[in-house]
Write a protein that binds this ligand. Sequence first.
Ligand code: FAD
Ligand code: UDP
Length: 366
Amino acid sequence: MYDYLIVGSGLYGATFAYMARQKGKSCLVIEKRGNVGGNIYTEEQEGIQVHCYGAHIFHTSNKEVWEFVNKFADFNGFINMPVANYKGEMYNLPFNMNTFNKMWGVVTPQQAKEKIEEQKKESGITEPKNLEEQAIYLIGKDIYEKLVKGYTEKQWGKKCSELPPFIIKRLPVRYTYDNRYFNDVYQGIPVGGYTQIVEKMLEGCDVKLNTDFFEFIKENKGIAKKIVYTGQIDTYFNYCFGELEYRSLRFETEVLDCENYQGNAVINYNEAEIPYTRIIEHKHFEFGTQPKTIVTREYPMKWSQGEEAYYPVNNERNNSLYSRYAEKAKEEENVIFGGRLGQYKYFDMDKTIEDAMKTARAELDK
Ligand code: FAD
Ligand code: UDP
């Protein structure tokens, strides 16, 4: 019998497993995919680390989390500065003085503020109730229409007027010429990719790949004293209150016989007519000089059972459905629900680690 059966080898499961091993606990990790790492999994091709489940840039302001990940890899100092392509016009992101200058020709922060204030006034919005209103309130109608509307509606498969405002608040708005996408103090990409981080975290654990929890548990009921479950919470309860909504993605990756395809790691495609949201050129995450390059187009997709669930859709309907599942989860005394799918939360990597550490400490110090 193991102390813990950990379902899912993503960052949450791996962090918990590492903390449990540090306390001398035995862990069995089961993973339904053919590899460990969940969505942070990277794989080397043509000498380039390919982010197989979408671009992952590590960023945090939590020193403990930063020191923790640095135990498992060196980080290369990469700073994400994506560029938006709207019908061939290139705009810097996040929304900053470079964006405002390109959009309106304004030069000073005062001029940019006046322009945004004017568009905000025209819209009549005083208390933004949805993403559309929030975006116009923050950056005006022009930027909303060119850089937010098409991208967001593709990404989420819903009208901006039906989405919660918080999603757009993830992006900084700055009145400086600063193109760094994240405000965090510590940022970078692990030299040699993310997979090694998870592999190192899982040292000393037994790991079974290609193993789905629901099949496995039928034959192995008493295999562990406790379960840490990082899969979808609604699936765990057999969708008894109904399906939570997720957004899925399809990645189309190709090796190109050229050294530099787009000149940046991430280029967003913001108009509605282009079906993908972004193209990632993986080598630029690690300042690569290989003769070839690898690019991935990211196509948002409707989720249905059996598809990979990448993003929770945290609108009111889903959040209140989730609280019913979370209430029911409390009755499962020997199961801890964690991670993006287990807690139905839009966690970045640092928040995933932070939360797994907190839960592991509370659990292991009992
Ligand atoms: P996951 O990585 O989803 O791991 C869960 C694991 O459980 C998966 O491996 C899954 O196969 C397995 N599993 C599920 N159900 C079962 C089952 N029934 N049986 C067995 N195994 C099961 N964060 C950042 O900080 N920076 C970024 O730039 C960034 N970019 C992102 C881009 C994309 C496209 C996405 C989708 C996410 C991004 N994130 C980013 C967030 C980051 O991926 C998450 O914070 C992190 O991966 C969450 O880890 P997790 O363990 O909770 O979930
Ligand atoms: N967003 C946008 N235009 C862009 C980039 C992002 O409107 O060019 C919006 C979009 O709604 C997205 C949100 O900002 O869902 C958060 O963006 P982020 O880059 O954090 O998304 P993620 O990396 O999590 O997919």
